[in-house]
Write a protein that binds this ligand. Sequence first.
Ligand SMILES: N[C@@H](CCC(=O)N[C@@H](CSS)C(=O)NCC(=O)O)C(=O)O
Length: 284
Amino acid sequence: MLKFNFIKFSPFFPSKPSFFPLSISTTIRSQMASFSSSSSSSSKLLFRQLFEKESSTYTYLLADASHAEKPALLIDPVDKTVDRDLSLIQELGLKLVYALNTHVHADHVTGTGLIKSKVPDVKSVISKASGATADLYVEQGDKIRFGDLYLEVRATPGHTLGCLTYVTGDAPDQPQPRMAFTGDTLLIRGCGRTDFQGGSSENLYRSIHSQIFTLPKDTLLYPAHDYKGFSVSTVGEEMQYNPRLTKDEETFKNIMANLKLSYPKMIDVAVPANMVCGIQSKTS
Ligand SMILES: N[C@@H](CCC(=O)N[C@@H](CSS)C(=O)NCC(=O)O)C(=O)O
C-alpha cells in the first residue's frame, strides 16, 4: 500500500512539483469556462455535480480541461452510479486519476473499489484518520494536485472521526471563487449527524467554524448530500442562515442530541464495505 506523499502546505515547496504533473481548474457560472487570474495564465476547470437519488448523494467530477491529458478526479463516487460516471468521463475525453472519499459513508457503498476494478490505474484517496484502506492517505494541509490546480485537504472531524473537506487552491492561478467539497460535515442549511462512527457535535461545531467558516464568504459549498433540493451554497450564506451553525456551541450540541434521526438503512452493509473502499478485496 502506498503512503500518500503529497505536498504539505509550505512556502518552500515548488508550485508545480515534477512528480505530480496533473492539474485542475474551475468555474461556476457555467460547467466549463475560463477563469482569469492576476497571472497571465488562464486555466479551465471542467466541473460536474452528479446525483445518486436513492441515497441523495452528490458525486463531483473535476478535471483540468487545459491539460493535454485532461486529468480528472471524482469526489464521493457511489457504487450504483459508477457506470454512468465512467461513461461521462470517457465521453468527455478525461483521464480519471483519483477517486477521493470525504469519509467512510454509512448510507451507501462508495464506488471507489468498483472504479478501481474497471480502471486499475485510479488511486483511491481517504483520510488517514478514517482507518479505512486506500491507496493514498491524506491529512490536514496536504495538496492533491491535478494539472496546474490542486485541492487543499482540511480535516473536519465531527460527523465521523476521519471526515475531510477538500477545498480548491488559494493562489492567484487557482479558481475564483474557491470551492469547498464538505462531505457530510456541512450540508446546505444543515450538517452531518454526530451519533455514530466517532461522531462528536463539539468536534463538528469547531471543525465547521475553524476550517470552513474561515474561508472567504464567496466560497462555494458543495455537500455530499442534499435532502431538500439544494445543490450549492456559499460560506457567507451558511454563516447567516444555517439553522444549526448560527447558534452558540451549547445550543448546537443540544440540537444535535435531539435530532431523532433513524439509522441509515444501509449502515451495516455500507460501513464495512467502505472501510475497504467499497469492494471486499485488496487495493494495492
Ligand atoms: N435516511 C437516510 C439517512 C439520512 C441521514 O441520516 N443522513 C446523514 C448523512 S448520510 S450518514 C446525516 O448526517 N443527516 C443529517 C440530517 O440532518 O439529516 C438513509 O436511511 O440512508
